[in-house]
Design a protein around this ligand. Structure first.
Ligand SMILES: Nc1ncnc2c1ncn2[C@@H]1O[C@H](COP(=O)(O)OP(=O)(O)OP(=O)(O)O)[C@@H](O)[C@H]1O
Ligand SMILES: [Mg+2]
Length: 322
């Protein structure tokens, strides 16, 4: 009798223990579920500004590149991210705008000579002509095609230059030899306009030889084309604090200050009346600028007090490749 009562009490205890254990387990599970739910709610609320940012960013397309992410309602920790993102958008919008302007200018520059070529051919084919007339039309068209081909070559150069950091091979060059070399090359052309080329400057510049000559040639070609006939063009090299400066100076029609900063833009011509008749495409100075950027240097222009125009190239000191 006593044994059965004891067994019953033990059984009761065990059942109670089980019930308490189950209740504890239930409470713990419930607490976990509650914590997880609270965590989820807090995270959702915390991430809301990021989701708003993502939604705003999704709205940005090439046509809406002026849209910027708003700092309003965003937590202070995100302000720096938003500012950096907006600055990146500024740079992209600027590049995109320049690219659009470049392709519009390019289309315009190519359309004009192509239309002229078509016009010449249509007029020529309108009736039978003598061999001399056909020859003259072909010669004129060849000249125009040469100009288009040069323009395409220059455009390709500019496109490659923007991603050609590895292509440049700077070596130490004798400055006076380089200036004299370009002066000698252009002597004949200068003589046709009764212009004298004077080169001066001793020292050693660190630059890619082909690119240095191309930049200098573009400047001297311009100087001969736009200088007053019978004048002088000076090519000067001199030492600056952290590199070498080359200047090409000529007398000519004054260039208005509002044009000066734009001369290095692609297809920019200060005076169409002076340039449209020849082979000018307005790319020479942008090539000079691109070459100087490849050298981590700079190209600039200013008018001197005595009415000369002075183009300067700055080559910073850098270790030569060989
Ligand atoms: N030495 C200079 N004196 C006066 N104006 C100049 C001089 N050099 C350049 N310019 C002006 O800057 C403009 C741009 O020159 P740039 O060399 O880029 O093009 P371009 O000479 O017109 O054509 P391209 O060089 O492609 O044949 C010229 O059209 C001219 O108006
Ligand atoms: Mg030029």
């Amino acid at each position: 009798m006593i044994t059965s009562r004891l067994g019953y009490a033990v059984l009761l205890c065990l059942v109670e223990l089980l019930v308490v254990g189950l209740m504890l387990l239930g409470i713990i599970a419930g607490a976990f579920a509650l914590l997880a739910l609270m965590g989820y709610v807090v995270m959702r609320r915390g991430l809301a500004p990021l989701r708003r940012m993502a939604a705003q960013a999704e709205e940005i397309h090439p046509a809406t590149l002026t849209t910027r992410l708003s700092e309003q309602d965003a937590p202070a920790e995100l302000h720096q991210v938003i500012r950096s993102f907006n600055q990146m958008l500024d740079r992209l919008a600027d590049g995109y705008q320049r690219l659009s302007r470049f392709s519009a200018d390019l289309a315009h520059e190519i359309r004009t000579p192509v239309n002229a070529l078509m016009g010449h051919c249509q007029v020529t084919l309108y009736q039978r002509r003598s061999v001399e007339e056909y020859e003259s039309v072909l010669a004129r068209n060849t000249e125009e095609l040469e100009r288009i081909s040069l323009m395409v070559e220059n455009i390709l150069f500019l496109a490659r230059a923007s991603q050609a950091q590895s292509v440049i091979k700077p070596v130490t060059l004798s400055l006076d030899a380089e200036l004299q070399r370009v002066a000698d090359y252009f002597e004949g052309l200068a003589e046709e306009r009764d212009i004298t080329l004077c080169a001066s400057g001793a020292g050693q510049v660190c630059a890619d030889p082909m690119l240095l000559r191309r930049a200098l040639s573009n400047l001297v070609d311009n100087a001969i084309r736009y200088a007053h006939a019978g004048g002088e063009i000076h090519l000067r090299g001199r030492r600056q604090a952290q590199g070498w400066q080359i200047e090409v100076i000529n007398q000519g029609e004054p260039v208005a200050a509002r044009h000066l900063d734009k001369l290095f833009d692609r297809f920019y011509r200060a005076d169409d009346a002076r340039t449209s008749s020849g082979n000018a495409s307005g790319l020479g100075l942008s090539i000079v600028k691109a070459i100087m950027t490849l050298h981590q240097g700079d190209a600039s222009v200013h008018c001197t007090a005595n009415g000369e125009i002075c183009f300067s190239l700055f080559f910073p000191d850098r270790p030569a490749a060989g």
